[in-house]
Design a protein. Structure first.
Length: 144
């Protein structure tokens, strides 16, 4: 065995275990772990729910951005409730600190009411901030 092997040099594997058979076992185990991880991710059980595509039937999820950091879920709900039924309103927060990230989502069950709310609220000044709102788009980030 060559002690100057790249794996031994980096200290990733013990010197006595750097045989071809051992490396093959490690490689097979790594590939199996990746395949298992991808299978879990593709069955949909572990993925978070994604917003519906814009224009899809059913409830409408509205993205609301540039919110005041002092706005609460209840205030956001009340803002949209003027235009129709609001199923949910939530402001996204930074988990460790609990502080607002300045944006949120509102879900409304009826498309005409949701479209009216977006038209009336978009680009208006609320709590000193000009807010932006539009129908939420499907998340384009890769799964984590």
């Amino acid at each position: 065995m060559n002690p100057a092997s790249p794996l031994a040099f980096l200290g990733l594997l013990p010197r006595h275990a750097i045989g071809l058979g051992f490396c093959l076992v490690v490689l097979v185990a790594a590939v199996a772990a990746l395949l298992l991880r991808n299978r879990r991710a593709s069955d949909g059980a572990r993925r978070p729910a994604r917003p519906r595509k814009p224009g899809a039937p059913g409830p409408v999820e509205i993205y609301v951005g540039n919110l005041s950091y002092d706005m609460t879920d209840d205030q956001l709900r009340a803002l949209f409730a003027k235009y129709g039924v609001v199923e949910s309103a939530r402001i996204i927060t930074h988990r460790p600190s609990g502080k607002s990230k300045g944006y949120g989502f509102v879900e409304m069950p009826h498309r005409p009411e949701a479209e009216l709310a977006v038209d009336k609220i978009n680009n208006t000044e609320i709590m000193g901030r000009r807010i932006r709102c539009n129908e939420a788009r499907e998340d384009s980030r890769p799964d984590r």
